[in-house]
Design a protein. Structure first.
Length: 135
């Protein structure tokens, strides 16, 4: 079941940027990936646009990320996409969407098993948590 009635296309993403982030609207835009909850579009060389397309809760998750992720992001042991702008629902697209920094690399589900194993030790460690000293 999809959570949006409209198909997400480059024209739609470009229109959202023109409407809500005109300073970013002229940057090159290319499709990146479609995940379980979101579609990812690369914006220029160092940004990404994520739009919820499938599950109903995906838009709410983007709002939470925008609210909470910028503060701890610099202290995390793995690079994460840092929210830059939270797009608002509109007549063009009915759900929140987000512009983040682009994190270069291979998606974890496509990485070799040994690389996933090496990276997984970082996921359980959070700055300030007692287990952080063990990382």
């Amino acid at each position: 079941m999809t959570g949006t009635a409209s198909e997400i296309t480059a024209d739609l993403v470009a229109g959202l940027l023109r409407d809500q982030c005109p300073d970013l609207a002229g940057l090159p835009l290319t499709f990146g990936a479609r995940g379980w909850d979101n579609q990812l579009w690369r914006l220029g060389g160092d940004l990404a646009v994520r739009l919820p397309w499938a599950t109903q809760g995906a838009g709410d998750q983007l709002v939470k990320e925008h609210t909470w992720l910028p503060a701890p992001a610099p202290r995390l042991s793995l690079p994460v996409p840092v929210p830059q702008y939270l797009g608002q629902p509109s007549g063009r697209f009915p759900r929140p969407w987000i512009v983040t920094t682009w994190v270069a690399g291979e998606p974890a589900d496509r990485a070799p098993r040994d690389a996933r194993r090496r990276g997984s030790r970082h996921f359980g460690v959070f700055p300030g948590h007692p287990s952080s000293a063990c990382a």
